[in-house]
Ligand binder design. Structure first.
Ligand code: IPE
Ligand code: IPE
Ligand code: MG
Length: 246
């Protein structure tokens, strides 16, 4: 299968976000412990990153660990954090070779020191890369992000930096973790679950949603291309009529 040739270069989403789900179920199907699914899932991360970069997509955001995921068993959390550090060490070359900048969103202060340190290093090394921005959502929750945004704006209102009447969409955008990113155009979720799980609630207001039954460790470039092709078939009306669009 070569789906790439069916993608129209001029109509690519500017921002693709992925809820990478199904690692645990993938492992269970093979009779393995959940952590093997997470390990295999790192290969799919590379597929998605390289696939998006090769197509010319400018922004890819991956949901790697939610604020709610802190409620998982301690051992699983430790494995996920360990995998994160080792993948970062391993993938720095892929990022550099493909001219990709790494960014993060989320409440990073809650992450282990080692993860924090490794992330800062990779972000520093890749900060001038400009082909694609890869944003990893870590200890991310959309509600936490919105609470943080409200707090930051409130302080500015209190200090007379912003007047309440001036608060609009752009002021809110500027205070979100995603302040440097455009709105999400295409949101993909793997594993058959059809929910948002506290991911980018504000930013997906007009995103096209794409759900696939593929479990994340099985996800590859062809699956990504399939999602982009489906996205290009959709008519994005943004509240207007079909006639107005064409
Ligand atoms: C996604 O896979 C990875 C994370 C949420 C960290 P899951 O671990 O949620 O896998 P399932 O949904 O239990 O199969
Ligand atoms: C969402 O997946 C979070 C990530 C993919 C990192 P979950 O597997 O944690 O979501 P729920 O709990 O099934 O909604
Ligand atoms: Mg899950």
């Amino acid at each position: 299968m070569d789906l790439k040739k069916n993608i129209q270069k001029g109509r690519l989403p500017k921002h693709v976000a992925i809820i990478m789900d199904g690692n645990g179920r993938w492992a269970k199907k093979q009779g393995l412990a959940r952590t093997f699914g997470h390990e295999k899932g790192t290969k799919s991360v590379r597929e998605a990153v390289e696939g998006c970069a090769n197509l010319g997509i400018e922004n890819l955001t991956l949901y790697a660990f939610s604020t709610e995921n802190w409620n998982r068993p301690k051992l699983e959390i430790r494995t996920l954090m360990r995998l994160l550090v080792s993948s970062l060490k391993k993938e720095i070359k892929t990022l550099q070779d493909n001219n990709i900048k790494l960014c993060t969103i989320g409440n990073l202060s809650t992450l282990p020191v080692k993860v924090h340190k490794e992330l800062s290093e990779v972000m520093e090394k890749t900060k001038l890369n400009d082909r694609m921005t890869l944003t990893v959502a870590l200890s991310y929750g959309s509600r936490e992000e919105l609470i943080n945004t409200v707090k930051e704006i409130s302080v500015k209102v209190k200090n007379n930096v912003i007047s309440p009447e001036k608060i609009d969409e752009s002021i809110i955008n500027e205070h979100l973790y995603t302040r440097n990113l455009p709105d999400v155009d295409l949101l993909i979720r793997t594993s058959g679950e059809q929910r948002i799980s506290n991911f980018l609630l504000w930013q997906i207001a007009y995103a096209e949603l794409y759900f696939t039954n593929t479990l994340w460790p099985d996800f590859n470039k062809e699956d990504l291309y399939q999602a982009i092709i489906e996205y290009q078939k959709r008519e994005r009306r943004f509240g207007k009529t079909s006639e107005q669009i064409s």
